[in-house]
Design a binder for this molecule. Structure first.
Ligand code: NAI
Length: 465
């Protein structure tokens, strides 16, 4: 079967870029991305490509080429489902904030709603593709809903988890390490559906990079990949604390172990901790699933990755307080960066939010500059923690549009995101306008420490002395 029309439900950080690349690479396939969020769809359709709701290097060019040709963004979910022969589900699957599994399990209410919408609207057979990251065995629940609430049409369910990293999404989509497609390998219909999706990716991805597995392996592989990546960050971060106590240097240790081909050199940089919408939620989900199968030791093992990450964020904040003579009350502390990593405007679970919250609890005055994050987003991230009321958040924290203004009159500058531009700032100018002793806390190890020390800064970097 050859796919002619694709519908993707969810125009977020995954749905938007992924479908834009599919549309660009497959001019013979018509792609419609739908979302219930009208604002978001409006932004995807904005003439000015600077206003796209997702910031990703290179995304604007891909959208410019495909939008209006074979790529469309709209809010007509039902219509798009009816037209399509293949439907991707790319909606959010955050950690549950209520009830059974609160704080750990994935909240699948948006997934279930999608399945019900598909079942109600479909008038012909469809291939339904799980693009969202889902707990292993979710395809079973989706199948149950589709088969029991549909109009008698047939569905094939595939799992096709997305491995893109925000900040390099377009690069990752254009040249992926692999594409994973899980399906019902035991029936001819299942194999045919898998082949249809292989053929879509085959437009630009070499066949040997397209892996096919059973649906459960595919679902579990995505959680596993994120767990392994996050585990590397927590492992190196755990050792960074030991380096600070022993005068070993975490960067030297990383280099020394990373050259071992069995370990590899990626994801070995110590930092203030990982953030993003995926690592934490997916590991918590893995922990929850393991516990629900009675596998306590497995659950405890993975939970430790989260605990170290929380510890690292708290340790960074405590270190700032300690260095400022154990009180930050009324002191201005400038944050460079709010996004969870460079080259994205995504702030979900960003370490900056937690470090800010910790400092605000101590009555500090935090001023933030981030090249891509909007002020309202910063406040909404802080409000979401519910640590204090909205008025106090706005009183204690300010956003600045200029990094030099943000740092002016500050006791300390903390680097929370590794934006490239921070390195090239006029650090002498920043120093001249700060209170003394001027301190820099480089949570991402991006600045030239010696240069800063030569200017007169006191500099703290993670895992080094
Ligand atoms: P997101 O929150 O940016 O986007 C999800 C979108 O789905 C929202 O715009 C929301 O309005 C829409 N939506 C929810 N229910 C809907 C419905 N019934 N009908 C139409 N639209 C609906 O989320 P994001 O980051 O794109 O993540 C989506 C999935 O992809 C999640 O499961 C996530 O774990 C996974 N993922 C995310 C990655 C990332 O880097 N953000 C990477 C790989 C996977």
């Amino acid at each position: 079967m050859k796919v002619k029309k694709i519908c993707c439900i969810g125009a977020g950080y995954v749905g938007g870029p992924t479908m834009a690349v599919i549309a660009q690479k497959c001019p013979d396939i018509y792609v419609t991305v739908v979302d219930i969020n009208e604002e978001r769809i409006k932004a995807w359709n904005d003439e000015n490509l600077d206003n796209l709701p997702v910031y990703e290097p290179g995304l604007d060019k891909v959208v410019a080429e495909a939008r209006g040709r074979n790529l469309r963004f709209c809010t007509n979910v039902e219509g798009a489902i009816q037209e399509a022969d293949m439907i991707f589900i790319s909606v959010n699957t955050p950690t549950k904030t209520y009830g059974e599994g609160k704080g750990q399990a994935a909240d699948l209410k948006w997934i279930e709603l999608c399945a019900r919408q598909i079942a109600a609207a479909a008038e012909s057979d469809k291939i339904v593709v799980e693009k969202s990251t889902l707990p292993v065995r979710t395809a079973e629940a989706i199948r149950d809903i589709l088969e029991n609430t549909g109009n008698g049409t047939k569905f094939q369910i595939l799992s096709n988890p997305e491995f893109l990293a925000e900040g390099t999404a377009i690069e990752d989509l254009m040249d992926p390490d692999r594409v994973l497609i899980g399906g019902d390998t035991k029936t001819p219909e299942g194999l045919e559906a898998m082949e249809a999706l292989v053929e879509v990716y085959g437009h630009w991805v070499p066949r040997e990079k397209i892996l096919t597995t059973n649906v459960w392996s595919s679902e579990l592989s995505k959680l596993t990949a994120n767990a392994f990546l996050a585990q590397r960050v927590s492992s190196i971060n755990a050792l960074s604390e030991l380096c600070e106590s022993t005068e070993a240097d975490i960067n030297e240790v990383s280099r020394a172990i990373g050259t071992d081909s069995r370990i590899g050199n990626k994801f070995l940089k110590a930092s203030v901790g990982f953030g993003g919408s995926c690592f934490q939620k997916d590991i918590l989900n893995l922990v929850y699933i393991s516990r629900s199968y009675g596998l306590t030791s497995v659950a405890d093992y993975w939970e430790q990755v989260i605990k170290i990450n929380d510890h690292q964020k708290g340790r960074f904040a405590k270190n700032i307080i300690r260095s400022l003579y154990n009180t930050v009350s009324g002191k201005k502390i400038a944050f460079l960066g709010w996004a969870f990593k460079k080259d994205t405007n995504d702030t979900r679970e960003s370490a900056a939010i937690y470090v800010a919250d910790h400092l605000l609890n101590e009555d500090a005055k935090v001023t933030v500059f981030d090249p891509k994050v909007k002020e309202e987003q910063m406040y909404s991230d802080l409000d979401y923690l519910n640590s204090r009321n909205k008025v106090d958040n706005r009183k204690l924290m300010k956003a600045e549009h200029c990094p030099y203004e943000a740092c002016k009159g500050a006791h300390a500058v903390a680097v929370l995101t590794e934006w490239d531009e921070f390195v090239d700032y006029d650090w002498q100018k920043i120093y001249d306008n700060m209170l003394k002793p001027a301190q820099v806390f480089d949570g991402r190890s991006v600045l030239d420490k010696q240069k800063l020390r030569d200017i007169g800064f006191r500099v703290y970097t993670i895992g080094t002395t």
